[in-house]
Design a protein around this ligand. Structure first.
Ligand code: C2E
Ligand code: MG
Ligand code: MG
Ligand code: MG
Length: 274
């Protein structure tokens, strides 16, 4: 059983396809209720200046708490919310909650932190996205400079002109844009010249393989060189060891995220960490 994946490749039996249809229906019903009752939680993972160790921002990461106290990670239910359209109300909740939390965080900090919010394909393609963000900026009173949206390369391959318009619309509101999981999308690099992005996030697979695989080191150096040459900020994600952190520092990568600095934390623990 194969399913076309957004990235243009084919993938066998993701978790989603292994589920029986009865299971899918049950999960969908539970998800629908969870969205209605706002049962979700945002965790925050710090984005750190590698040279100084200072926290410069945070990524909002979605969690679905269960009655037994466990948390379902997003990869296990976001695909289903995409298929069913539930991602639209859920996405609204995520953006609003991240704005409110960031306002709260920035009341406590010396200088403001920027929040990175992930957008999935269907959210990005929703014609209401720019209006929704604009309305939420107004409602919450957040400074749009404190906000960055993360999108993936695969969202930029099809309908390039439309994608560009959406990005421009968001940038006009004053928010920034990052390309997440950079280096895994099989897309042409030339798009980087045309799209109004501010940041590249180096995919964590390259960081993970740094010590075991010399080609990862070359790829990481190349991405950093490319990004800097284009005047973009670079974030390395998935940093788990001091060796990885030191290597990235030595290559001039300014910002990093990973378990080595901190796991994603519930808001109150993130505030404690600050
Ligand atoms: P992502 O945006 O690339 O997020 C990075 C993932 O790596 C997160 O997994 C994070 O917990 C994990 N991570 C961070 N540091 C390390 C590390 O040092 N080692 C390892 N092994 N992993 C690390 P998470 O939270 O499970 O999220 C998975 C994906 O789900 C995200 O990938 C993103 O694509 C999606 N996602 C998460 N939150 C949201 C959301 O609010 N909205 C949407 N649309 N997608 C989301
Ligand atoms: Mg992300
Ligand atoms: Mg990523
Ligand atoms: Mg990812």
């Amino acid at each position: 059983q194969v399913k076309k994946e957004g990235k243009g490749g084919y993938r066998f039996c993701s978790d989603d396809q292994n589920r029986s249809s009865a299971e899918r229906v049950r999960l969908e019903t539970r998800l629908r209720k969870a969205v209605q009752n706002e049962e979700f939680q945002l965790f925050y993972q710090p984005k750190t200046d590698l040279a100084s160790g200072q926290i410069k921002g945070m990524e909002a990461l979605l969690r679905w708490p269960q009655p037994d106290g466990s948390m379902v990670p997003p990869d296990e239910f976001i695909p289903l919310t995409e298929d069913t359209g539930l991602i639209n109300p859920l996405g609204y909740w995520i953006v609003r909650q991240a704005f409110l939390d960031t306002n709260r965080i920035n009341k406590l900090t010396e200088f403001p932190l920027q929040v990175a919010i992930n957008l999935s394909v269907r959210q990005f393609r929703n014609p209401e996205l720019v209006i929704m963000v604009s309305d939420l900026i107004r409602e919450t009173g957040i400074n749009p400079e404190w906000v960055e949206f993360e999108i993936t390369e695969s969202m930029l391959i099809e309908k390039v002109d439309e994608a560009c318009e959406v990005m421009k619309g968001l940038r006009k509101l004053g928010v920034e844009l990052a390309i997440d999981d950079f280096g895994t999308g099989y897309s042409s690099l030339s798009y980087l010249r045309h799209f109004p992005v501010n940041t590249l996030k180096i995919d964590q697979t390259f960081i993970r393989d740094l010590s075991s695989d010399e080609s990862s080191e070359s790829i990481v150096r190349a991405i950093i060189g490319l990004g800097h040459g284009l005047g973009l900020k670079i974030v390395a994600e998935g940093i788990e060891t001091q060796v990885q952190s030191d290597f990235l520092k030595s290559t001039g990568c300014q910002l990093g995220q990973g378990y080595y600095m901190s796991r994603p934390l519930p808001l109150k623990d993130f505030i404690k960490l600050l």
